[in-house]
Design a protein around this ligand. Structure first.
Ligand SMILES: [Zn+2]
Ligand SMILES: [Zn+2]
Length: 157
């Protein structure tokens, strides 16, 4: 079953037509501020696999921790932040906020990143892969995701 979701008011609806490349729980300060919570849950996926309908998400631009741009897309009516695009990511991908899924429990984080700013009362599962800051994608991702990323960078499906 495809993952689907939308914003709070329902003006933006979306469907993911492939599985996530990776699911990130990011505990950095930017994600804490944007979400107002302890961390964001981002589904990293090629943009071509995000089918959105209804209102066009509106962007604003922040400077990411990397110094590269971080575009944040939100609903112009209700303000729900539905996904981001990071300038540091080498191919055309979106980071879809898992909290906007119809069933947010359908995904679990593959990695927890920027745990150096994790709120002290947040307990990660014992077997969680956690990194103080970023991590090396080739060392962590499954082969199928690495292959998809290469195809995406080359503009193929
Ligand atoms: Zn909305
Ligand atoms: Zn973050």
């Amino acid at each position: 079953m495809a993952l689907a979701g939308g914003c709070s008011c329902g003006a933006i609806r979306y469907k993911l037509t492939n599985s996530p490349l990776s699911v990130h729980a990011c505990h950095c300060r930017d994600c804490q501020r944007i979400t107002g919570g302890p961390h964001v849950i981002n589904i990293w996926i090629e943009r071509k696999f995000v089918e959105s309908s209804g209102a066009e998400p509106k962007p604003f631009v922040l400077k990411g921790g990397s110094g590269k741009l971080h575009e944040v897309f939100f609903c112009g009516i209700c303000g729900t932040y539905v996904w981001s695009r990071y300038g540091i990511v080498p191919s055309d991908c979106l980071f879809v906020r898992a909290g906007t899924l119809n069933q947010p429990e359908a995904v679990t984080p593959d990695v927890h990143i920027f745990t150096r700013t994790k709120l002290p009362w947040v307990q990660l599962p014992k077997d969680a892969r956690a990194f103080e800051a970023g991590y090396s994608i080739p060392k962590v991702w499954p082969a199928a995701s690495l292959e998809r990323m290469q195809l995406n960078a080359a503009g193929q499906t």
